[in-house]
Design a protein around this ligand. Structure first.
Ligand code: ARG
Ligand code: ZN
Length: 867
């Protein structure tokens, strides 16, 4: 089925104006109270609003209430009709006194809302998404995060179609209305910004549970889904309770309402949303059982449930003054959810995963045309700034503060921050100040992490002098130029360092924290009686790119003996990069060092399977490209395949053994997950050594699987192979899951990720498949997002990959600009490629920018990518 593009909200000429952080001004008017009344209907929903307004400061400026696509049907000031005007959507009213009550009435159509911002319909539900600026699509309001109000909401709807009516806070009344309708009234006692408003109406069933907080208060918990999905909510509920307990134990944060609701919806622009007391989730981060969800899905659910729950304090109770401060809540909350996941499973493996994500998503962003500081200075469309920089680099910045201050002082700092700013809308500066005040540590220079973009590059070299039994570590830092930022100042870079005896393998002295804060520094170590190996940036203590000058054999040794699992993993990866990059230059490189490291890892008795699974994974083609001056997708692919072949053939028996291990599908322990992870990585390597054997083993793994992890793992190997086994497995998978949209997303994603010469043909055909549609963001991303992340296929020298992605961006942009804009950066990396590909990529960006009526979202990303 091809989607017919109806266009209810044909974009008016978009205003592509930049907004600057330096222009922040406090709001002219405060809104202590908001009263809303909804007569809900998918086609015509009536919204009546009553705002209590209070003049803020001594001025005579009019009240300006933001609106997007709203027609006022009535406007009353203090109960009487009053003059008003509309200024490109914004409702402007001159008010006499220092306070006033403004009532407005509008009508909207949730069913016609394809942007999935504001009030929209998804699979028969009515639901909302307001962050960042969706509330203005529901009613007129200042709609900025520093205007906090108490909300009361009355909603009414058809009782049969929408038996459940939810909003923020507490239910304070409900009853039947006329002609088959009913109503509910909700009140949220906590003042909140409009971006945290939420409402849901639909035919939902709840998995209900309870949680007793640390002070003994009872909280009712509900996870609302379609009745048939109820059996898939157990893991999300367990995760929620674990997160609530963890936030009490680790941060002393207690939940504050008597009720906590989560709703799963199928059409959602991103992961989930932390609306006060009513979190709304993309259903892929709620629903799971062993037959339909992988271990990674289970872990993602736990992480996202925790993330949104943690926002109740880091985001809701203390919120952002303006959107430039987004990392205040997102960086901190990502850091908190990372800590939760680390505590629930293996901390070392979690750190490896987080760092891999940072390198794959954030480092390229920081090195490209869309680079921006963790606290940006300007934006055209704020939605474009929900980035890996704001989220993941932001989390690294918080982590560095904890490393520098120590755990205890960091906790004091977070207590002070929550205490001092409870109920306020504040800035990143306020957070750092609380950390400083609680610890007595001066973080002046550290603040550069908020303002300077670009990944710092650190060079390190260790010299050993046996006569004086001392070693000298020379460090240098350089912060690359980024758009609009040159000549940067040196930053504070916390580096965890240990010296390890080359012969004894023992750590010499203690691990040490070095704060590199000049361009160049020399650090001395004394009492070193044997030649030392440098183990540096252990646990990735700083988000930097490190170049260490080493002697032959050092990395091999570190990969074998470093007691820090993360550092050991890094040494193993460095060996792989070395061989892979050499392979891109001069044909297959000598694989023996990598093979030896992998053999050692596989045979080790002290390392667990989950760690082994990580350590055996070759760096992705994208990550290899990031290390080259110019990305050569074909050479990278050949080099990686040839290393894979070497490993697969030389270690066939060890790998086969790892692949044959079985963990029961219903066993979700860390060790069972580790066994499954290693199993598929081993299968993939084996298939590199012997394709026919790989085909047969993968098909057998698929057929025997009693869980989605093994099944999807088998398909992830089969997808790049050729043979009847592949076709049979994919056909079976489709038949089995065609009615489960989250699993069907995997079917699309796996084919889009195939490393085959015909992937572009397959992907083009899938875009015409009856199960493909562009209204559902998950489905669109499964196909387009995974294809664009498939370096070798996407960068097909013909440029067909670029054309396909650009076409898809333009098509979805007419419906949902946010989803479209997210995909632009894949084309924006053109400078990293040889002139042929670069020209083709640029041409697609040019075509996008020249298309009449493109959204502000896509315009900003595409024009900055060209600039
Ligand atoms: N605050 C939500 C989260 O936890 C994400 C909101 C994304 N909003 C957006 N406009 N992209 O992480
Ligand atoms: Zn968040």
């Amino acid at each position: 089925m091809t989607d017919v593009l109806v266009h209810p909200e044909a974009p008016a000429a978009p205003e592509h104006v930049a907004i600057f952080r330096k222009d922040y001004r406090p709001p002219d008017w405060l809104v202590p109270e908001v009263r809303l009344e909804f007569e809900l209907d998918p086609d015509r929903t009536k919204v009546r609003s009553r705002l209590k307004l209070v003049r803020n400061g001594d001025h005579n400026r009019a009240i300006r209430l933001a609106g997007e696509g709203l027609e006022p049907l009535a406007v009353r000031v203090d109960g009487a009709e009053a003059p008003w005007s509309l200024d490109s959507g914004t409702l402007v009213i001159e008010l006499e006194g220092d306070d006033a009550t403004v009532e407005t009435e509008i009508e909207i159509s949730p069913a016609a809302n394809n942007k999935l911002m504001g009030l929209y319909s998804s699979g028969g539900l009515l639901c909302t998404q307001c962050e960042s600026e969706g509330f203005r699509r529901i009613t007129f309001h200042p709609d900025r995060p520093d205007v906090l109000s108490r909300y009361s909401v009355r909603m009414s709807a058809d009782k049969t179609r929408f038996p459940i009516l939810l909003a923020n806070g507490n239910l304070i009344g409900s009853g039947d209305g006329e002609v088959g309708r009913h109503w509910a009234k909700w009140e949220d006692p906590f003042p909140k910004p409009s971006y945290l408003f939420a409402m849901v109406a639909g035919d939902l069933a709840a998995n209900s549970d309870r949680f007793t907080t640390m002070s003994g208060r009872e909280v009712a918990l509900n996870i609302w889904v379609r009745t048939r999905d109820l059996p898939k909510t157990a893991h999300a509920m367990d995760s929620l309770k674990a997160a609530m307990r963890w936030d009490e134990d680790v941060y002393g944060r207690e939940y504050d309402l008597d009720l906590f609701n989560i709703v799963a919806v199928d059409d959602f622009n991103f992961g989930a949303m932390e609306n006060k007391g009513l979190n709304i989730f993309n259903s892929r981060y709620v629903l799971a059982d062993q037959d339909t969800a992988t271990d990674v899905d289970f872990d993602n659910i736990a992480g996202v449930v925790a993330h949104e729950y943690f926002h109740n304090w880091s985001g809701d109770r203390v919120t952002c003054r303006d959107w430039f401060q987004l990392s205040l809540k997102e960086g901190f909350t990502v850091f908190r959810d990372q800590g939760f996941s680390a505590d629930m499973g293996s901390a070392a493996v979690k750190r490896i995963e987080d760092v891999r994500l940072l390198r794959a998503a954030q480092f390229p962003e920081d090195a490209g045309p869309l680079a921006h500081p963790v606290r940006p200075e300007s934006y055209i469309e704020i939605t474009n700034f929900y980035t890996a920089t704001v989220y993941n680099k932001g989390a690294e910045v918080i982590r560095m503060m904890r490393t520098i201050l120590g755990e205890e002082a960091f906790r004091k700092g977070s207590d002070l921050y929550f205490d001092r700013h409870d109920g306020q809308a504040v800035t990143c500066e306020d957070f750092v100040k609380a950390m400083e005040d609680a610890s007595g540590v001066d973080l002046s220079q550290f603040r550069l992490w908020y303002s300077q973009a670009g990944t710092p590059q650190v060079a390190a070299k260790l010299d050993y002098d046996p006569t004086s039994a001392s070693a000298t570590l020379k460090l240098r830092q350089r912060i690359p130029n980024t758009p609009g930022q040159a000549d940067k100042q040196p930053m504070v870079i916390p580096l965890n360092v240990a010296l390890i005896g080359k012969d004894s393998g023992a750590t010499v002295g203690e691990e040490r924290l070095i704060l590199l804060n000049d361009d160049e520094e020399s650090i001395s170590f004394f009492g070193i009686d044997e030649s030392p190996l440098l183990s540096i940036n252990r646990d990735f203590s700083a988000p930097v790119m490190l170049a260490v000058e080493r002697q032959d054999g050092d990395l091999e040794k570190l990969a074998e003996i470093d007691a820090n699992p993360f550092a050991r993993y890094e040494a193993c990866q460095e060996l792989m990069y070395r061989s892979l990059i050499e392979g891109t230059r001069s044909g297959p490189a000598d694989p023996s060092a990598v093979v030896a490291a992998i053999r050692g890892t596989l045979r080790s008795n002290e390392l667990d399977p989950a760690f082994k699974g990580e350590a055996l994974l070759l760096p992705s083609e994208g990550l290899i490209g990031d290390r080259m001056d110019l990305v050569d997708p074909d050479a990278i692919h050949r080099s990686r395949e040839s290393l894979r072949t070497a490993i697969g053939s030389e270690l066939a028996s060890e790998l086969a053994q790892a692949q044959s291990a079985i963990a029961a599908g219903d066993d979700l322990s860390a060790s069972a997950k580790g066994v499954r992870k290693l199993k598929t990585v081993a299968l993939w390597l084996l298939a590199g050594g012997d394709r026919d054997r790989g085909l047969a083993m993968a098909k057998a793994q698929y057929d025997r699987a009693d869980n989605m992890t093994d099944r999807q793992g088998a398909l992830s190997v089969l997808t790049s192979l050729e043979g009847p086994e592949r076709e049979a497995a994919f056909a079976d998978f489709y038949q089995r899951y065609k009615n489960d949209s989250l699993v069907l997303d995997k079917w699309f994603a796996l084919q889009a990720a195939a490393q085959r010469t015909d992937t572009i043909d397959v992907v083009e055909a899938l875009a015409r498949h009856e199960d493909f549609g562009i209204r559902n963001p998950n489905r669109w991303r499964a196909l387009v997002g995974n294809f664009a992340a498939n370096q070798w296929a996407f960068h097909h020298p013909s440029g067909r990959g670029y054309r396909f992605v650009a076409d898809m961006i333009l098509e979805v942009d007419r419906m949902n600009p946010q989803v479209a804009a997210r995909q632009v950066p894949s084309l924006g990396r053109w400078r990293r490629f040889e002139s042929g590909r670069a020209g083709l990529m640029r041409a697609e960006l040019d075509r996008i920018v020249a298309t009449p009526g493109i959204s502000r979202d896509v315009y900003e990303q595409a024009s900055k990518s060209l600039g």
